[in-house]
Write a protein that binds this ligand. Structure first.
Ligand code: PLP
Length: 413
C-alpha cells in the first residue's frame, strides 16, 4: 500500500490497525471469514473504474471487451459449483439479493412465509423495520421443541395463508433442512420456494452438506460468509425465473454492477471448486461439532439440540446467568469476538438477549482444528465465569493474542 501510505496516512493507519485487530483477535462471528490475497487483489483492481449496466452482450455502455467475459466466467463457475440453471452475480450483497428476488416474483401485498426471527430467520425475511416487510405480508413459522423446523405447522400455515412464496433460510438456526419436505409443502399450495443460503453457501459448495439448489425455485446467497469470497450477493434460479430475476436486478433494483466485485467473486468460486475447499468445509463442520460437544460438557445449553453447520446458538442466560450482552462484552474484552443473539421466543430484548452465536468458519480458515477449538472453549468458559473481572479478562486477552499470532490470516503467499 505504498501509494496510500504516502497520500493518505489517516486511512492507511486505519487499514493497518484493522489488519492488526484481525490478526490478533479470535474472530468467532458466524458471518465473517478471511478472503485470499488473490480475492483482495481482484477487489482492488481497475474493474472498479468500469460502468457495465446491463448483462454480457447487452450493455448500455461501450468498452465491455473484458467485463463481458469476466461476468460470464463468474456465472459459469457459480453454475458448476452449485449446479444451478441460471445465475445472476450482480447483487451487491445478501439483503439486496433478497429484495431483488422478492421483486421478481411478488406484487405489493403478496403473502410470504418466512422463518420467525427469534428462531433464527434473517432481518430481510420480514422484520417490521425492513422495506420488504412494508411491501409484502410476511408470516413467520418456527422450530419445534426438538429444534427441527415444525413442518406440520408450516404446512398448516401454508394452507391457511396461501402464500405466493415460501422462504427457507436463516442466520442463527443450525439444523439441516429437509429440502424435499419443505419444497413439497410449497408445491402443495402452489407457492414458489426460495432458500436464502447466505450462511451455508460455503458448506454446500464444499459438499459438507447436501446441495439444495436442485430442489428450490430460487436460491439467494451472500458470497462472503462460509463461501469465503468478497462482500457480495448472488441469485440462482430455475430457468423459468431467469428473465424475471435478471430484470428485477437491473433495471428493477440496482444500477451498474460492481465489476471489481464480480472479478473477486469469480476468483473465490474457482477457489471453492478446488479439492482443498472440500477439506476446508468438512473441517468447519467438524470444528463446529467439537464446539457444540465441549460447550455442552461445560454446562452450556445449545439451541436447536445442536448444529449441522458452522455455528452454534448458546443460551448463556439460562446456562450461566449471564446475558448475551454481558457475554459478548466480556469476550470482547478478552479478544474473542462473538455476537449476542436472540434465542427462540426469547423473553429478553433484542438489545440484551439470552444468547450468543459462535461460528468457527473464520478460525478454520486460519488452520485451527479440534485441538484448538477445545482450548478456545476453555477460554470462553473462563471468560463468562469471570465476566466482570477486568483484570482477569486483560490477562486472558494477552494469552489469546499470543495464540492467534501462531495462526496468521495471510500465511506467506
Ligand atoms: C447475512 C445474511 C443476509 C444479508 O447479507 P448482507 O450481505 O449483510 O446484506 C441475508 N440473509 C441471510 C440469511 C443472512 O445470513
Amino acid at each position: 500500500m505504498k501509494n496510500l501510505k504516502k497520500q493518505d496516512s489517516k486511512v492507511y493507519e486505519l487499514i493497518t490497525g484493522e489488519m492488526k485487530r484481525q490478526q490478533e483477535g479470535m474472530e468467532l462471528i458466524a458471518s465473517e471469514n478471511y478472503v485470499s490475497k488473490a480475492v483482495l487483489e481482484a477487489l482492488g483492481s481497475v474493474f472498479t473504474n468500469k460502468y457495465s449496466e446491463g448483462y454480457p452482450g447487452k450493455r448500455y455502455y461501450g468498452g465491455q471487451m473484458f467485463t463481458d467475459p469476466l461476468e460470464n466466467l463468474a456465472i459459469e463457475r457459480a453454475k458448476k459449483l452449485f449446479g444451478a440453471d441460471h445465475v445472476n452475480v450482480q447483487p451487491h450483497s445478501g439483503a439486496p439479493a433478497n429484495m431483488i428476488a422478492y421483486n421478481a416474483v411478488l406484487k405489493p401485498g403478496d403473502t410470504v412465509l418466512g422463518m420467525d426471527l427469534s428462531h433464527g430467520g434473517h432481518l430481510t425475511h420480514g422484520h417490521p423495520l425492513t422495506l420488504s416487510a412494508q411491501i409484502y405480508n410476511f408470516i413467520g413459522y418456527k422450530s419445534n421443541a426438538k429444534g427441527e423446523i415444525d413442518y406440520a405447522e408450516l404446512e398448516k400455515l401454508a394452507k391457511k395463508h396461501k402464500p405466493k412464496l415460501i422462504l427457507a433460510g436463516f442466520s442463527a438456526y443450525t439444523r439441516q433442512l429437509d429440502y424435499k419436505k419443505f419444497t413439497d409443502i410449497a408445491k402443495k399450495v402452489g407457492a414458489i420456494s426460495m432458500f436464502d443460503i447466505a450462511h451455508i453457501a460455503g458448506l454446500i459448495a464444499g459438499k459438507a452438506i447436501e446441495n439444495p439448489v436442485p430442489f428450490f425455485d430460487i436460491v439467494t446467497t451472500t458470497t462472503h460468509k462460509t463461501l469465503r469470497g468478497p462482500r457480495g450477493g448472488m441469485i440462482m434460479c430455475k430457468a423459468e425465473f431467469a428473465k424475471a430475476i435478471d430484470k428485477s436486478a437491473f433495471p428493477g433494483f440496482q444500477g451498474g454492477p460492481h465489476m471489481n466485485n464480480i472479478a473477486a467473486k469469480a476468483v473465490a468460486f474457482a477457489e471453492a471448486l478446488k479439492p482443498s475447499f472440500k477439506i476446508y468445509a468438512k473441517q468447519v463442520v467438524k470444528n463446529a461439532k467439537v464446539l457444540e460437544k465441549e460447550l455442552t460438557k461445560r454446562g452450556y445449553k445449545i439451541m436447536f439440540g445442536g448444529t449441522d453447520y458452522h455455528m452454534v446458538l448458546v443460551d448463556v442466560m439460562s446456562s450461566k446467568g449471564v446475558t448475551g450482552k454481558q457475554a459478548e462484552h466480556a469476550l470482547d474484552e478478552a479478544g474473542i469476538t462473538v455476537n449476542k443473539n436472540m434465542i427462540p421466543d426469547d423473553p429478553r430484548s433484542p438489545m440484551d438477549p439470552s444468547g450468543i452465536r459462535i461460528g468457527v468458519q473464520a478460525i478454520t480458515s486460519r488452520g485451527m482444528k479440534e485441538k484448538e477449538i477445545k482450548m478456545i472453549v476453555g477460554w470462553i468458559d473462563e471468560i463468562i465465569l469471570v465476566h466482570d473481572d477486568e483484570k482477569k479478562l486483560a490477562e486472558i486477552r494477552k494469552v489469546v493474542a499470543k495464540f492467534c499470532k501462531k495462526y496468521p490470516i495471510y500465511p506467506a503467499v
